[in-house]
Design a protein around this ligand. Structure first.
Ligand code: DGY
Length: 323
């Protein structure tokens, strides 16, 4: 009998086809409302997909599970201690998405600074009747100061674009200093408060952990320049969203570009959606045809290794192997 693989919410077709050659794969697009889900989960040896809730409660219902393979670099959906306790491996997909996410970050920065979504509406609603009135002007990106919170792979790919493409000055804040970034991008390390005070653009690109949850709130927004543009491409939980709303309403900062929200999909009544100076995206960091397929293939590599008793290349809970 073929081993069972549970594909959670989404799996790119070429990767589904690849796995289906050797495994009994079933895709659950809407698992909460699928009556077959509990039984398939009980029998599954592997899970592959987006945001599978890897915690003790669900792991108790999956006694045959060997691996949860995230098709994402973020893994805040996985309680790694619970996984290890249950002897389940957790993996993610670092590397393959860096350039794609960095492209999106630059696009979000430009779109917010130059008010592109608003101006798109201006043209399409037939308001373009003469020279653009100056109240519609945006602000420059080039030669400004970009403060990056989190200088991992994606942060570095953004720094590269910003430094060499846009002549921006790069400040960064991380738990540990990154001499390589300082050398390659002429980036200067700052403690968080100084980065917030000095940056024209503040960009958050850190993983969501207990340590980073809610790390940007009213106190931090108050430190930013009133002309600052805040960009979040990490996870909604890294900021206190109500405090961002307040900061924008009080003009403590100028604008925001958001790819992520506290609740996803975002509540249509969220006040951020009513604000002209906020550019919103539906968590599209890695959403290109090429990169989503590449990520899914990498996740499948991890999954197959785990199921077949090998060590997956992108194993997160290394201590699971010594159990
Ligand atoms: C990830 O892979 O975690 C990112 O959120 C992609 O957008």
């Amino acid at each position: 009998m073929k081993k069972k693989i549970l594909a959670y919410r989404r799996l790119e077709q070429p990767v589904y086809d690849r796995l289906a050659k050797d495994y009994d794969v079933r895709l659950f697009v809407d698992p909460e409302n699928d009556s077959d889900f509990p039984e398939f989960l009980r029998e599954a040896e592997g899970v592959i997909g987006i945001g599978f809730p890897g915690n003790a409660v669900i792991l108790d219902k999956a006694p045959n599970l060997k691996i949860i393979s995230n098709v994402s670099v973020g893994y805040n959906n996985l309680e790694l201690a619970d996984l290890t306790k249950h002897g389940v491996m957790g993996t993610h997909t670092p590397g393959v998405l860096d350039d794609t996410v960095a492209d999106m970050a630059m696009g979000l920065m430009l779109a917010t600074a130059r008010r592109m979504p608003e101006l798109d509406g201006y043209v399409k609603r037939g308001l373009w009747k003469g020279l653009l009135p100056n109240e519609w002007y945006g602000v420059d990106v080039h030669h400004k100061t970009l403060g990056i919170i989190g200088m991992g792979r994606v942060g570095s790919a953004i720094a590269k674009r910003a430094r060499f493409g846009f002549d921006m000055d790069i400040l960064y804040h991380t738990r540990t200093r990154k001499p390589e970034a300082e050398e390659r991008f002429d980036a200067s390390y700052r403690d968080l408060d100084d980065l917030l005070k000095e940056s024209d653009y503040v960009l958050l690109v850190i993983p969501l952990t207990e340590e980073t949850r809610g790390m940007i709130g009213s106190e931090q927004f108050r430190l930013m320049k009133s002309s600052a543009i805040f960009l979040n491409i990490s996870r909604g939980g890294t900021i206190i969203e109500e405090d961002l709303i307040d900061a924008l309403q009080q003009n403590e900062i100028a604008a925001a570009g958001l790819d992520v929200f506290a609740q996803e999909p975002v509540d249509p009544k969220n006040p951020l959606l009513q604000m002209k100076n906020v550019v919103t995206l539906p968590h599209i960091g890695s959403s290109t045809h090429e990169t989503e397929v590449a990520m899914a293939h990498l996740a499948a590599d991890n999954l197959i290794a785990g199921i077949e008793g090998k060590r997956p290349a992108n194993l997160l809970n290394l201590n699971v192997l010594g159990r």
